[in-house]
Design a protein around this ligand. Structure first.
Ligand code: 13P
Length: 252
């Protein structure tokens, strides 16, 4: 059985004391159930402190992006080596906000995924279509290309460990969730694409999350679907109670 992975993507929110208080409190209440993994994806300045505050808990700490080079003349950037060195375990790659505002492309997502594995970080690779693409019936074509390109040159083992987050852009921060059946149809399609680039046994291991207006009220329905193995959550991950409810849903 695949693990359920619930990741809170805080985006550009909170200050240090709020971030620390959150993980101290949340860390105490993450269920001891190995079938669910809980991750907080936090802004860079908080990462060392959050890793420290969660070291004896089951809560994992992720970065929201990174560069693909280990070091060099890239002012303002953070490298996979730096993240690994401070104890970060996961990194979000190709979030639609990074694609839209910071020129992230399928090619850079791929370079970053390769770099993440080189440094022992687990990538959470985000894919998803715009409203225009959905309305033009292009959803599957768009995610097929994003998934194929992101996974290029990864070994089958690395593909098996990759977390893919399907986040339809029109559902992010809008209160509009894809229906659980629609979300599952695309997640199942993503698993087929992965099967085609590797094999069935690899594709069956890949954790595929859904993201886009996930909240305690709709997570059970989403997680009950055959190919949805977790959630990448923005707004509803900012409060401890709500985040813990989402994690709890992963144990059912
Ligand atoms: P919301 O849960 O706020 O819609 O954000 C989704 C998202 O972008 C998570 O990465």
């Amino acid at each position: 059985m695949r693990q359920k992975v619930i990741a809170g993507n805080w985006k550009m929110n909170k200050v240090m004391t709020e971030a620390e208080d959150f993980v101290i409190e949340a860390g105490k209440h993450i269920p001891a159930d190995e079938n669910v993994e809980a991750i907080v994806c936090a802004p860079f300045p908080f990462l060392p402190a959050l890793v420290e505050k969660t070291k004896n808990t089951r809560l994992k700490i992720a970065a929201q992006t990174m560069h693909y080079e280990e070091n060099g003349a890239y002012t303002g950037e953070v490298s996979p080596l730096m993240l690994k060195n401070i104890g970060v375990t996961h990194v979000v790659l190709g979030h639609s906000e990074r694609r839209q505002y910071y020129n992230e492309t399928d090619e850079t997502v791929n370079q970053k995924a390769i770099a993440a594995f080189k440094h022992g970080l687990t990538p959470i690779v985000c894919v998803g279509e715009t409203l225009e693409e959905r309305e033009a019936n292009k959803t599957k074509d768009v995610v097929t290309e994003q998934v194929q390109k992101a996974l290029t040159d990864l070994t089958p083992d690395q593909v098996a460990q990759t977390i893919v987050a399907y986040e339809p852009i029109w559902a992010i921060g809008t209160g509009k969730t894809a229906s659980s059946a629609d979300a599952n149809e695309v997640c199942s399609h993503i698993r087929n694409v992965i099967k085609d680039v590797t094999d069935k046994s690899v594709s069956e291991q890949v954790v595929i999350q859904y993201g886009g207006s996930v909240k305690p009220a709709n997570i059970d329905e989403l997680l009950s679907q055959s190919d949805i193995d977790g959630a990448l959550v923005g707004g509803a991950s900012l409060e401890v109670d709500s985040f813990l409810k989402l994690v709890e849903a992963g144990t059912k």
